[in-house]
Design a protein around this ligand. Structure first.
Ligand code: HEM
Length: 167
């Protein structure tokens, strides 16, 4: 397994990412993508939880393409960063915790679209409690994904120093 991870890390593309400015640009794009996907999800969730009640909910579905764009930017930049530092990232328990929350957040995006925006009674009455529970769960998943993502620098093995670990 470690041989395969080391093989990924020594690909010419991975070396280019790690040894040039590319790393900083890709991590910046990852941060922007995170802001878009988690930010747009937060706008929809906070409206469902009663913030700015005069704003109709149905038009917020138009934000979905932007949310998916943010996610796919992160999937591409994140996979690149993961491959470039495979022996560290793919042996870090915190990385798997983060990915569980990322994919839970994505699953909730899909479920909420079906459950909320397909409801003919949307905007004709109070938001049902089960929808509010989904909104709280979605907010939690994205906050947890971001926290686990940031903690990657502080938990688990240290990048580029085989055998050294933070915790
Ligand atoms: C979809 C697939 C994703 C993959 C494969 C992925 C992978 C990664 C990797 C490898 C890093 C470490 C970068 C480094 O410090 O070297 C990282 C950092 C991070 N990721 Fe992701 N990520 C993904 C999606 C997301 C999403 C959707 C979010 C949040 C909504 C997110 C939030 C973060 C944060 C906050 C960091 C820390 C950035 C920093 O240290 O400045 N990631 N991600």
């Amino acid at each position: 397994m470690m041989e395969f991870l080391s093989y990924l890390e020594h690909l010419r593309f991975s070396m280019w990412v790690l040894q040039t400015q590319a790393y900083a640009y890709i991590l910046t794009a990852h941060t922007i993508g995170m802001g878009i996907v988690a930010g747009v999800a937060a706008v929809i969730n906070l409206r469902l939880l009663g913030v700015s009640p005069t704003i109709p909910i149905r038009p917020l579905e138009k934000l979905y393409p932007l949310m998916w764009t943010g996610f796919w930017v992160n999937a591409v930049t994140g996979t690149t960063l993961m491959i470039a530092d495979a022996t560290t990232k793919l042996t870090n328990y915190d990385f798997y915790i983060k990915m569980v929350f990322v994919f839970s957040g994505v699953a909730l995006i899909v479920i909420m679209r079906k459950k909320i925006f397909r409801d003919p009674n949307l905007d004709n009455g109070p938001v049902p409690d089960n929808v509010k529970r989904l909104a709280w769960l979605s907010l939690f998943c994205w906050a947890a994904a971001i926290t686990a993502g940031r903690l990657l620098a502080y938990l688990g093995p240290v990048s580029g120093v085989p055998g050294l670990s933070n915790q």
